[in-house]
Design a protein around this ligand. Sequence first.
Ligand SMILES: [Zn+2]
Length: 280
Amino acid sequence: MCYPGCMESVQENLKRRSFLGRSLGATLAAATAVGSAAAVAATPAKARGAVSFTDVIDLTHSLYEGFPTFDGAPWFSKKPAFTYAKDGLNLNVWTLYEHTGTHMDAPLHFSAQGMSVDEIPVGDLVVPLAVIDIRDRAAQDPDATVMPADIRRWESRHGRLPDGCCVVMNSGWHKLLKSPRFVGRDAQGKNHTPGFHPSTTDFLMKERHVKGIGVDTLSLDAGIASGPFPVHNSWLPSGRWGIEALANLDAVPEAGAHLMVGGPKVEGATGGLSRVLALV
Ligand SMILES: [Zn+2]
């Protein structure tokens, strides 16, 4: 028996399986893989160089009720609508804010006319990954930020940031998810968490070709950022995207991996729960 949409879903699964099936120990042309996705999405993606990888690392936290949120309010709940015991099938109802768990920020999040998640070309969601390690500094100072000098240090070791990449901050915060330090709220209600300094994102916008930035905290901006979210307010309106609350960053190399962002294809979404994978 096939429910409505079942054949489409089977075809998508087959395409996905053939994509991942070829991945282990193999080299595949990203243009082909992205081309398959594009055929499903009817969104053209640009051809690019080959992507080689031998492992897939999950950079996504599991979402659960009580997952930390920026303001401390509950942003996710899950209730059974049908249960196997009573109804012969399990099916839950989720209630959530778009920006909960490991999630994307689309340009529309901080702009009047920017792209929503469903409008971001799929070719922009499989990109080279550059990881900026500020763990030592953040361990001493929860208000530490990624500075232009951190980018230059990365480039002195690995060469210029690859065109079209995503630059991700590893502050070590992904390991603090279950600790109050993850949100770091003080008595005045101010959060103390690392993030990007606006001078760094200005540099990335003006001097480099970068599609997205990512953090292992709840905000692209540092918790104590002066002014109303300076990084959100400059980076997202420029047509670029962000990812927040990344997991497992210690498992990926600083350079050489690719990032694959599975954002939700919801019309008009300003962001949303995402499955984020590193192809290493
Ligand atoms: Zn967000």
